[in-house]
Write a protein that binds this ligand. Structure first.
Ligand code: PNW
Length: 440
C-alpha cells in the first residue's frame, strides 16, 4: 500500500466562471469570458457560462457532495465581476456575500476553503481600458485582492493570487483561443508581466495571509539529442515554466528567455522594483499538471502560444490521449516535481489541478486509471524528498471547459445539464476511498 503522511491535504478544484452560472445575478456584470462566449465562433457549440453547473444556487448541495467524499479542502475561485462589477471602485456586497456563505458552509463541514482570486474572469471594463497588457490592471487587481481579503481573512487561511497566468497571457493575447481573444504577441509578454506584478502587489495588499500562486507547468523533453531539438525544449521550458517561476522565486526573468524575446520586446514595460515586488515571499507554489510535452525544431500552426519561439513543433509521444487530446503520462508529473525540488528547492508544493477529460458518464474507468497513476507519481515524489503537501483533483464537477464549452467533461461528479442532477462517477468513489485510507 502507498500511503501519504497524515497531514497530506486531499482536495478538489473548480473555478467561478466554469461552474457558477447566475451570470447576471446579484449585481454581477460581464467579464471578458461573457463577452468572448457571446462572440460567434469563439466557443464550441456557442456554449456560455450563463448557467453552467448552477453552483451559485446549488452550492449547499455541492458542499454536501464534498463532505460525502471526505475532502479536506476545496479550491474554488472568486469572480472579480461579482465583487467589483466594474473592476474598480464600488464593491458589491451581494457578490461578497455569496463567497461568505460558501466559505461558512465549507467550514461547517471541516473543509478548508482555498480561494483563488483570479481564474480568468477579468471585468470587461478593465479589458476595455486595455486589459492585462496595461500596467493599471495590476494595480486594480491588488485593490480587488485587498477587498476580498478583508472580507474573508477571518475564515480563510490559504490564498492563491492567480490561476495559470500562462493561459491568461498567451492564450488570451497571443493565440486568441481564450478571452479576450487578441492575437498580439508583444501584448502577451506585457500581459504576463502585469499578471506577475498583480500577484506581487496583491500579496502586499493581504497582510499576514498565507499566499501562493498556481502555475500550469509541464515537463518538456526534446525529440532527439540534435542541437536544434534540445534548443526547442529549452525555449518551451523557458516560455511555459521559467518565465513565471524565475520572477516569482528568483526575482529575475531568465536571461535566455529575455534574449529569445528580443525581437518581440525590449522589456521596457518592466519598471525598477517590479521584480522585487513579484518575488515577495510565498508560502506555497500551486502546480497544475495535465500532460508532458515532446518538442523539436519545426514550425507550428500560427499564431503560436510560444511567442518568440515559433520554430518549435510539438510531437506525438505515442501515448494514449484523453478526449481533449492531451497525452497521458504520469511519469511527466514525477519528473516535473523532481525538477522543481532541484531547481527551486524548499518551497512547499501543492498539486492544485490534475485530472482528465473523458466521455464516460458514470463508469469512468479511464479517469480512475489516470488519477491513480498520477497520485502514485505524487507518492513517489514525496518518497524522494519533494515537499509536496497536497493534491487537488480537477474537477469536482463537470463544467464549462472554456473554448470547448460543455463537450469536455473533467468532473469526478457527473452533471446532467438539463436537470442539473449530480451523480458520483466511479472516480469520485475511488477518490473518497483514497482519502479515507490516506493513500492507495
Ligand atoms: C486549466 N492549454 O486550463 C484550467 O486551470 C482549468 O480551468 C481547466 O478547466 C483545466 O486546466 C482543464 O483544461 C487549461 O491549452 C486550459 O494548454 C488550456 C490549456 C492549459 C490549461
Amino acid at each position: 500500500m502507498t500511503t501519504f503522511a497524515p497531514g497530506f491535504l486531499w482536495g478538489a478544484a473548480t473555478s467561478s466562471y466554469q461552474i457558477e452560472g447566475a451570470a447576471a445575478e446579484d449585481g454581477r456584470l460581464p467579464s471578458i469570458w461573457d463577452t468572448f462566449c457571446a462572440t460567434p465562433g469563439k466557443v464550441d457549440n456557442g456554449d456560455t457560462g450563463d448557467v453552467a453547473a448552477d453552483h451559485y444556487h446549488r452550492y449547499r448541495e455541492d458542499v454536501g457532495l464534498m463532505a460525502e467524499l471526505g475532502l479536506g479542502a476545496y479550491r474554488f475561485s472568486i469572480a472579480w465581476p461579482r465583487v467589483q462589477p466594474l473592476g474598480s471602485g464600488a464593491v458589491n456586497q451581494r457578490g461578497l456575500d455569496f463567497y461568505r456563505r460558501l466559505v461558512d458552509t465549507l467550514l461547517e463541514q471541516d473543509i478548508q476553503p482555498w480561494p483563488t482570486l483570479y481564474h480568468w474572469d477579468l471585468p470587461q471594463p478593465l479589458e476595455d481600458a486595455g486589459g492585462w497588457p496595461e500596467r493599471d490592471t495590476a494595480l486594480r487587481f491588488a485593490e480587488y485582492a485587498a477587498i476580498v481579503h478583508e472580507a474573508l481573512a477571518d475564515r480563510v487561511t490559504h490564498w492563491t493570487t492567480l490561476n495559470e497566468p500562462w493561459c491568461s497571457a498567451f492564450l488570451g493575447y497571443a493565440t486568441g483561443r481564450h478571452a479576450p481573444g487578441r492575437q498580439e504577441p508583444a501584448s502577451a509578454i506585457r500581459a504576463a508581466h502585469h499578471l506577475l506584478l498583480g500577484h506581487g502587489l496583491a500579496i502586499a495588499a493581504m497582510p499576514e495571509a498565507r499566499v501562493g500562486i498556481t502555475l500550469n507547468l509541464t515537463h518538456v523533453t526534446p525529440m532527439s539529442t540534435a542541437e536544434e531539438d534540445v534548443d526547442a525544449a529549452r525555449r518551451i521550458d523557458g516560455m511555459q515554466n521559467r518565465i513565471f517561476l524565475d520572477p516569482v522565486l528568483r526575482a529575475a526573468y531568465p536571461q535566455d528567455v529575455v534574449e529569445d524575446l528580443a525581437p518581440v520586446t525590449g522589456f521596457d514595460h518592466v519598471q525598477e522594483g517590479d521584480l522585487k515586488t513579484i518575488a515577495a515571499p510565498i508560502d506555497f507554489l500551486g502546480v497544475n499538471y495535465y500532460s508532458p510535452m515532446l518538442v523539436g525544431h519545426g514550425t507550428t500552426s500560427s499564431p503560436s502560444a510560444y511567442v518568440g519561439s515559433e520554430h518549435v513543433r510539438q510531437h506525438d509521444g505515442g501515448r494514449q490521449r484523453t478526449s481533449i487530446g492531451w497525452e497521458i503520462d504520469a511519469r511527466g508529473l514525477l519528473d516535473l516535481l523532481l525538477r522543481l525540488e532541484r531547481d527551486y528547492p524548499a518551497i512547499p508544493l501543492y498539486i492544485t489541478e490534475n485530472g482528465a477529460a473523458f466521455d464516460d458518464e458514470v463508469h469512468d474507468t479511464a479517469r480512475v486509471a489516470y488519477l491513480d497513476g498520477h497520485v502514485r507519481a505524487c507518492a513517489e515524489a514525496v518518497s524522494r524528498g519533494v515537499p509536496l503537501k497536497g493534491y487537488f483533483a480537477w474537477s469536482l464537477l463537470d463544467n464549462f471547459e472554456w473554448s470547448f464549452g460543455y463537450a469536455q467533461r473533467f468532473g469526478i461528479v457527473h452533471v446532467d445539464y438539463a436537470t442539473q442532477r449530480r451523480t458520483l462517477k466511479d472516480s469520485a468513489r475511488w477518490y473518497a476511498d483514497v482519502i479515507r485510507r490516506g493513500g492507495l
